[in-house]
Design a protein around this ligand. Structure first.
Ligand code: XIL
Length: 331
């Protein structure tokens, strides 16, 4: 027996003895590993080559958001989303992102004052998006980023006009479409031991008690300066277990790790942070997927802080090895 067979058992498929890509390694421990995708970087063939080689799932980074998909009331623009989906030729899991959010929301929505009108708009948007992508997206982030750092509700047109109940209303509208998809609440900093973490948990547990939600996305937009400290793998693990106890699935939905420089030291800290958080997901059965928010640093929404797994030239960074090791170290 080779050492690998001793540790992983003799039924281990060959690709799990020494996996050579993140998706292979993830499949061996039952986790999807993906990224967010944009359209414009695909003009460089290395973008999709890297995606196709390493990942088995994705989230549209912008192309299925409200301002893109319904730029004017009732005027549906699914072309960007369709083009994005068409870029990927192999079968992958796709999570839709995002239906009700305060950002990337057109002015015609922000200007509504009448609750009835806003409800109708929400219902129409949710129904159209879910229906349009039915059979292709296995899940949607139904409501995104509702809670402030102090645990209060974030100001938005939905909050102002409809009050606290709008979150449950949105999930109910998504359920009412009747599609066989998973419904997620998605937010950042909710993995921390904080008022925000608690408020998100309270919100989601109320939804769960009514059967309206299937899972929680932990964005994990991490700053290395706040680690260790505010960002803590142990706090993340505790929340995963709390959500698991509600019967929910969780995932890492938008991970990136901002670093102050690309010194070797900072790159190694970044690698360790990727390792520590991905490792928690690997160790916790309720966590079923890891999505990194982009492929190369230069196309990241935080491109100044080099937060991703690949350099501009598609060379893997130490961070890549952090994720790989987290997926492959013996459990
Ligand atoms: C970001 C995209 O990465 C950017 O390209 C865009 O300009 C703004 O939105 N939380 C989310 C994501 O849920 O949709 C955001 O994505 C990042 C923060």
């Amino acid at each position: 027996m080779t050492p690998a067979e001793t540790t992983t058992g003799s039924n281990t498929p060959p690709s799990c003895v020494n996996p050579s890509t993140l998706a292979q390694a993830g499949a061996c421990v039952g986790k999807r590993v993906g990224v967010s995708l944009l359209r414009f970087p695909a003009s460089d063939p290395r973008y999709l080559q890297t995606f196709n080689r390493e990942f088995d799932s994705f989230t549209p980074e912008n192309d299925t958001k409200w301002d893109t998909a319904q730029p004017d009331r009732g005027n549906w623009n699914h072309q960007p989303g369709e083009e994005l989906l068409a870029m990927v030729s192999k079968p992958v899991s796709i999570k839709g992102h995002t239906l009700v959010w305060h950002n990337q929301l057109p002015d015609y929505v922000n200007g509504i004052n009448d609750p009835g009108q806003l409800r109708q708009m929400m219902r129409d948007h949710i129904r159209e998006m879910i229906t349009h992508y039915q059979g292709r997206m296995f899940a949607w982030d139904v409501v995104n980023e509702v809670v402030n750092e102090d645990g209060s509700r974030r100001n938005s047109v939905f909050q102002r006009v409809l009050g606290d109940g709008y979150v449950a209303e949105a999930f109910q509208m998504a359920r009412d479409v009747g599609a066989d998809i998973e419904l997620y609440y998605n937010d950042f900093n909710i993995e921390t031991d904080s008022e925000k973490g608690q408020a998100a948990y309270d919100l989601v547990s109320d939804l769960a008690s009514r059967g309206l939600v299937d899972g929680v996305g932990f964005q994990l937009h991490i700053e290395s300066n706040l680690y260790p400290g505010y960002f803590s793998p142990n706090a993340f693990r505790n929340w995963i277990r709390m959500y698991d106890a509600l019967g929910l699935t969780v995932n890492i939905s938008e991970m990136d790790v901002r670093i102050p420089s690309t010194s070797l030291q900072d790159l190694e800290i970044q690698r360790d942070i990727y390792y520590d958080f991905v490792r928690v997901c690997v160790e916790e059965p309720a966590c079923d997927a890891i999505t990194i928010w982009g492929i190369t640093d230069n196309f990241s929404w935080q491109s100044n802080d080099d937060p991703l797994l690949y350099r501009e030239n598609y060379q893997a960074k130490p961070a890549y090895l952090g994720v790989m090791d987290a997926l492959t170290d013996p459990l």
